[in-house]
Design a protein around this ligand. Structure first.
Ligand SMILES: Nc1ncnc2c1ncn2[C@@H]1O[C@H](COP(=O)(O)OP(=O)(O)OP(=O)(O)O)[C@@H](O)[C@H]1O
Length: 300
């Protein structure tokens, strides 16, 4: 379990993490979601003792990172900045990490197998694709068989197949009781990987909730209506309890009323309809709305 308590970090006048408190529970994959610059990496770096907080603390299974004697055996991490030496082979990089953390050499082959890099083990890291680099980072994080994993944007560079593979791997690890925190700035990717969601924006906590709860609560359906007399129809729909948004192109987005009821009210009021279609806001839109930017909508 990771316990983040009242964590704050300022750079000059800029408060990049402001009083964050949340817990990452064992047995689940927790997504750490926020737009670029939200403070995710800074928070993760504070978890790993790489950045000093101004206030607050992080405990990993009850201890601060600096209290861990062989950290790699407690916490595995993939950070955006942790680039290995490009002239080393994947296997040599892992071997060096294993030796410096007193981890058995035999783990190197095991983790290469786990991330499906066995065939590329003797190639120089400089020749790896972005996705292979991510897999190698993950192998390094898994080397000490740690109960806690902190992964900053591990999905970057992975194709859909790779994302599925990562989800399976992380799910298996969570099922084995591990604590897993994965950051991303993309809601859709996050929904493919995480069971629980912690959302931050400008260093503040916006949501701490189960993924399916989040989708249920924030995922919204609306009906788009186009008519030559929006004024008349708007009044009719609002009187009957719908809530409306008028879009820039003159159509209406109607919430809280199904298409059939809109059609009935339009007919009763003598208003002809040019369009009546049901839409669901995409997960990405839901996320953008949550962070207050508004967004585009997609067809069901
Ligand atoms: N060492 C630093 N000195 C000054 N400002 C910093 C430093 N590190 C981070 N910041 C600032 O803190 C803010 C949060 O950055 P951070 O990298 O934590 O965000 P993030 O959510 O991980 O974003 P991204 O998805 O782009 O990686 C940004 O405005 C960034 O410019």
């Amino acid at each position: 379990m990771i316990n983040v308590q009242n964590l704050t970090k300022r750079y000059g006048q800029n408060t990049v993490v402001g009083g964050l408190t949340f817990a990452v529970r064992s047995g689940t994959v927790t997504g750490f979601l926020g737009p670029n610059g939200a403070g995710k990496s800074t928070t993760m770096r504070m978890m790993l003792g790489l950045t000093r907080p101004d206030t607050g603390s992080v405990q990993i299974d009850g201890r601060a990172y600096h209290e861990l004697r062989y950290p790699a055996r407690h916490v595995g991490a993939v950070l955006e900045t942790s680039a290995p030496h490009r002239s080393l082979t994947g296997a040599d990089h892992l071997l060096w990490l294993a030796q410096s953390n007193r981890i058995a050499r035999s783990r190197v082959g095991e983790v290469l197998e786990m991330v499906d890099l066995t065939d590329a083990a003797r190639r120089r890291i400089g020749t790896y694709s972005l996705g292979m680099g991510q897999r190698l980072g993950l192998a390094a994080a898994l080397l000490g068989d740690p109960p806690v994993l902190v992964l900053d944007e591990p999905v970057n560079g992975l194709d859909t197949e790779g994302i599925r593979w990562l989800r399976e791997l992380l799910r298996q690890m969570a099922a084995g009781g591990r604590t897993i925190l994965v950051s991303s700035h993309l809601m859709t990717e996050m929904s493919m990987v995480a069971d629980h969601l912690v959302v931050i924006h400008r260093g503040q906590l916006l949501a701490d909730t189960g993924m399916s709860d989040f989708i249920q609560r924030h995922g919204r359906t609306y009906v788009r209506v186009r008519t030559s007399d929006p004024q008349l129809l708007s009044g009719e729909l609002e009187r009957n309890g719908a809530s409306l948004t008028r879009t820039a192109d003159g159509s209406l987005e109607v919430r809280g009323m199904p298409a059939a009821e809109i059609s009935r009210l339009a007919a009763a009021g003598g208003v002809s309809l040019d369009e009546l279609s049901t839409h669901t806001a995409s997960l990405e839109d839901t996320f953008l709305e949550l962070i207050g930017k508004g967004g585009r909508n997609t067809h069901v």
